[in-house]
Write a protein that binds this ligand. Structure first.
Ligand code: FES
Ligand SMILES: [Fe+2]
Length: 437
């Protein structure tokens, strides 16, 4: 059976087995996670030569390290000698990475530098030090976000993101001087859910906010949050399976953090951001919105929480989350963002806990044999191929819909069934010029 048979994206019916089947999960590791450009770090996390973080690409543990030349390197965190994990720290500063087991030492580019009794290896015909480094990935950046892929045939990151970059600029380029992740590392939590439930929630499920988050949003925003139900100003945009839904409300999400000082500050930036990005993207900066970069990198404008949904098995996901801010933001306001995003979208945040419970039950229900053979309904509103003047990608405007989720699962099926990258269509780029890889 082809993956495309599991997802009826035209009508909007999705086979539940894609959320629990171990064989499908194993195939996702190969077809999606070993192929895609995956977010691995913000460049501010590895600002100096020798700075490193560890993370995951699919279930592959990787080290992201800034080398002496200033280039950012990404390589497997598993020793090619007997396979031991090389680095156990989440982040740090190092000159080299030395394996605990027999002492093989690797440089900041992952290359094998030395080991005890090196002469015994060098005397073996055919042994070359350069063949036994930590396997390196391709690395590319977009405005501070560092992505990597293990697929030598993947298109450039610019092609992979395509015109989605034009939308990404609403959070990455709103202020001069670039962005950073607030220092202090990530919050990490584990949810017993399939990784696609959170990814599809962020790609286009504003619908749940009206119900799931009402208890949390009402005290801060009033009934229905006022802006959330404004259909006229609601948009869903999708490019290459990446999706962003938003309501052109400027401060909608930010308002739920309940910090007037923070909102005053954001308001004071409104004209400057409009001058830089135009009125439309200015409104996306803090609006009621959420987005996913395919497959598992998501963020919420307004709270500026950025997170990866790391797959840990068909029914387990580890969430790593950070807060992104413009570098030029005053320290006091950065701190207010830290507290605001923790209050709302952290493992103990009043909004994130609501989501997690839903995704866990959506997953665990599939333990039942009859249940797991039913379909899920993604049929809200027909997908209209709208062309919105000035807006790149597939645009659905003025209504709640499952459009972005359907594009997400369409992309999922394209990856799952593709023999090579030539089977995976890429939308032409029209907006943002090429950046160097
Ligand atoms: S397993 Fe790493 S040095 Fe032996
Ligand atoms: Fe939510």
């Amino acid at each position: 059976m082809k993956a495309a048979d599991y997802v009826d994206v035209q009508f909007g019916a999705i086979d539940r087995r894609i959320f629990w089947d171990p064989a499908i999960y194993e195939r996702e590791l190969e077809q999606i996670f070993a192929r895609s450009w995956l977010f691995v770090a913000h460049e501010s996390q590895v600002a100096e030569p020798g700075a490193f973080v560890t993370t995951y690409m699919g279930q592959d543990s990787v080290i992201v390290a800034r080398g002496d030349s200033g280039a950012i390197n990404v390589f497997l965190n598993s020793c090619p000698h007997r396979g031991n994990r090389v680095c156990f720290a989440d982040s740090g500063q190092s000159r080299a990475f030395t394996c605990n087991y027999h002492g093989w030492a690797f440089g900041l580019d992952g290359g094998l530098k030395k080991m005890p009794k090196m002469g015994l290896y060098k005397s073996t015909p055919g042994f070359r030090m350069e063949d036994w480094g930590l396997k390196a990935a391709r690395v590319a950046e977009y405005k501070g976000l560092v992505f990597a892929t293990f697929d030598p045939d993947a298109p450039s990151l610019d092609d992979y993101l395509g015109d989605f970059r034009w939308y990404l600029d609403a959070v990455l380029d709103a202020e001069e001087g670039g962005t950073e992740f607030l220092p202090g590392g990530a919050t990490r939590s584990v949810m017993n859910c399939n990784w696609k439930f959170p990814a599809d929630n962020f790609v286009g499920d504003i619908y749940h906010a009206l119900w799931t988050h009402l208890g949390g949003a009402e005290p801060t925003l009033g009934r229905h949050g006022g802006v959330i139900v404004d259909n006229e100003g609601s948009y869903q945009v999708s490019v290459n399976g990446h999706g962003w839904e938003f309501n052109d409300s400027f401060l909608g999400n930010a308002a739920t953090m309940g910090d007037r000082e923070l909102l005053r500050y954001m308001k004071s930036r409104q004209d400057k951001i409009a001058a830089r990005l135009g009125d439309f993207r200015m409104k996306m900066w803090g609006s009621v919105a959420s987005a996913t970069v395919f497959p598992n990198f998501s963020f919420l404008p307004g709270y500026f929480t950025f997170r990866t949904f790391q797959p840990k098995g068909p029914t387990k996901t580890e969430i790593h989350a950070w807060t992104l801010v413009p570098k030029t933001m005053p320290d006091d306001i950065k701190d207010r963002f830290r507290r605001g995003s923790m209050r709302t979208f952290s493992p103990s945040g009043m909004l994130e806990m609501d989501d997690g419970e839903n995704w866990e039950h959506s997953t665990s229900a599939n333990a039942g044999f009859v249940t797991r053979n039913q379909k899920l309904c993604y049929a809200m509103a027909p997908v209209a191929e709208q062309v919105e003047e000035g807006l790149p990608g597939h645009v659905t405007r003025g209504q709640l819909s499952d459009a972005n989720q359907r594009y997400f699962y369409k992309r999922w099926a394209e990856f799952m069934d593709a023999k090579s990258w030539s089977d995976i269509p890429l939308a032409p780029r029209t907006r943002v010029p090429e950046a160097a890889e």
